[in-house]
Ligand binder design. Structure first.
Ligand code: TPP
Ligand code: MG
Length: 574
């Protein structure tokens, strides 16, 4: 590539191209137009115009979650940038790589009453790995390259580049660009791996808890192999979902508020717990006995970030390294020991047989609830019907709330078969994040259907995504589980605050079907069980014609039994 002279805005776009960026998610204002001028000339990058910058952050994060590659946001000064904040905080907590190109007022009027001036670099500092203000146009190419290195390396995360508008039209040299690419995977300390293998082999009841780190490292094959060698059940956190297929005999469910009766029991009785890129954060544990590993259990923590070791549950053995590299070495050590569970005998293992029986019982209980002919509909009826109508390879987004995510809802009962097929929030739990990210599923996997589960409250934080999906022909289906409430919070008031309910029901609700149609989507409201499956088929048919769909399911506020043991914690003084 010959040396050229370009505007800084054009040069930045060339860096994006060289780093493999295919989409940017943004909304321009006057300050960032120098970058948009570069995008105008790019035939390798498509700009997705959002209607609210929150969606740009969520879409970039969803792109990162589904691909492992950084998502890119382009926003203008002040409010354009601050509108990203919630989605970027989500990505930071969720360790998702994002590059934010943000412009600000001209350097000549800095601190002198410039329009839309606010210290975005400082505002974003706590929710990014690097928040940098650049004051020279000729530094921009190197800074943007470095942003990719920082965003992708170690525990990934967002980077903000804050640029005065007057830098963007300046001429800068560009040529011989060497992309940084993905970082190599750090290998673990062999002595720690040996100690971990010995502890796992000595245990009678070992379990594995796989988190987002297992997905980020693409460690699904190694995870399955190790679990089989040990006959160890695998629990998955929200972000770890898909790292083991839900039809594998060792996949047993979630943790904390995403648990089931089996996974909770296994966690409590395990004598050795191997955590792979999982953090045991509050919603996964609620910090109560019975929700975290028993204190006597040997806890082995694997994380790529040394600072994560011991942050929540303190391990006996902490291993810093890439999840896949650590699992590879553990597999070798366990095979070498000659004490692995023989291949082909997993089904005979008493623990596996017992947990398969228990899983079948839990599923049968859910089937009964899903078949109940109540009005409003039971949320599980929708979850089950979606699984029947949409194929195995469907990408799914799971938003915040008890019906879309918690015990009563989609997360524990909707089967997920592959990693990187789920868009889900981190422990930041921002309402609307997953629903805004859903259309990205069709950018990443154009040939696979995509559906989202979302509560009525969360959907109302994401409604501005509908025209974006229509405009870009991203045919996905949002399934709104409409209980006319901020149900999870309503529950806490009902259970832990003696029924003193305030501000958690929706006496006024939009007509979701009409809203969908007004935006160019297919829309239906579904009031009774009989209509559920047909509505889903019509939504799927609309998607096949390239039209996004919204289905508003009027559902009850039914909860599973084990919900009740979780909410009371919210009104205790510890
Ligand atoms: C942006 C944001 N605001 C507030 C909350 C707190 N919160 C958690 S769940 C929830 C209710 C969600 O309601 P809905 O989407 O209808 O789901 P439901 O619990 O009713 O199934 C709220 C308000 C949050 N997580 N995120
Ligand atoms: Mg609700």
């Amino acid at each position: 590539m010959e040396m050229q002279t370009l505007t800084a805005g054009q040069a930045i776009v060339r860096v994006l191209e060289e780093e493999g960026v295919r989409y940017v998610f943004g909304l321009p204002g006057g300050h960032i137009l120098g970058v948009y001028d570069g995008l105008f000339q790019s035939n390798r990058i498509r700009h997705i115009l959002v209607r609210h910058e929150h969606a740009a952050a969520c879409m970039a994060a969803a792109y990162a979650q589904l691909t492992g590659e950084p998502g890119v946001c382009t926003v203008t000064a002040g409010p354009g940038c601050t509108n990203l904040l919630t989605g970027i905080a989500e990505a930071y907590v969720g360790a998702l790589p994002i590059i934010i190109l943000a412009a600000r007022s001209g350097s000549n009027i800095w601190q002198r009453g410039a329009a839309q001036e606010v210290a975005t670099d400082q505002i974003f500092a706590p929710v990014t790995k690097w928040s940098v203000r650049v004051d020279r146009a000729d530094l921009l190419v190197d800074i943007v390259r470095r942003a990719f290195t920082v965003a992708r390396s170690g525990k990934p995360g967002p980077v903000l580049i804050d640029m005065p508008r007057d830098l963007l039209p300046q001429q800068v040299p560009f040529g011989n660009y060497i992309p940084v690419g993905r970082p190599s995977a750090p290998r673990p300390d062999p002595a720690r791996v040996s100690a971990a293998a010995a502890a796992l082999l000595a245990a009678e009841h070992p379990i594995i808890v796989a988190g987002g780190g297992a997905v980020a490292a693409d460690a699904q094959d190694e995870l399955r192999t190790l679990a089989e060698l040990l006959a160890a059940p695998v629990l998955t956190s929200l972000a770890g979902r898909g790292s083991i297929s839900d039809d594998h005999p060792l996949s047993v469910g979630g943790l904390g508020c995403h648990r089931n009766e089996l996974s909770k029991k296994l966690l409590g009785e395990a004598d050795c717990v191997l955590g792979i890129g999982a953090r045991f954060e509050e919603m996964e544990t609620n910090w109560r006995p019975g929700f975290i590993p028993a204190p006597a259990a040997t806890y082995i923590q694997v994380d790529i970030d040394p600072e994560e070791i011991g942050r929540s549950v303190v391990p006996r053995i902490g291993i810093v390294g890439d999840a896949r590299a650590v699992l590879t070495d553990l597999i070798a050590a366990i095979r070498d020991s000659g004490r692995a569970v023989p291949a082909g005998s997993l089904g005979d293992h008493p623990r596996v047989r017992e947990s398969l029986r228990e899983r079948a019982r839990i599923e049968a209980e859910a089937d009964v609830l899903a078949a109940s002919r109540t009005t409003p509909i039971h949320a599980l009826a929708v979850v089950r019907a979606v699984q029947r109508v949409f194929p195995r390879e469907t990408t799914v987004s799971i938003d915040v709330g008890c019906l879309a995510q918690h015990m009563g809802g989609a997360f524990p009962f909707f089967k997920i078969y592959e990693p990187r097929s789920t868009i889900v929030c981190s422990s930041f739990y921002g309402m609307g994040f997953a629903s805004c990210g859903l259309p990205v599923a069709r950018l990443v996997h154009p040939d696979r259907p995509a559906i989202g589960f979302v509560g009525d409250g969360s959907f109302q934080m994401a409604m501005h995504i509908l025209p974006v999906a229509v405009e870009h022909h991203l045919p996905v289906t949002w399934c709104i589980l409409d209980d006319e409430a901020l149900g999870s919070i309503y529950d806490i008031q009902a259970i832990a605050f003696g029924g003193r309910v305030l501000g958690t029901t929706f006496p006024t609700q939009p007509d979701f079907a009409k809203l969908a149609e007004a935006c160019g989507c297919y829309g239906e409201n579904v009031m009774a069980l009989d209509g559920v499956e047909d509505a889903l088929r019509r939504a799927k048919a609309a998607n096949e014609r390239g039209v996004p769909a919204v289905l508003g399911f009027k559902v009850g506020r039914d909860r599973l039994r084990n919900t009740l043991e979780f909410y009371p914690f919210y009104n205790v003084a510890s």
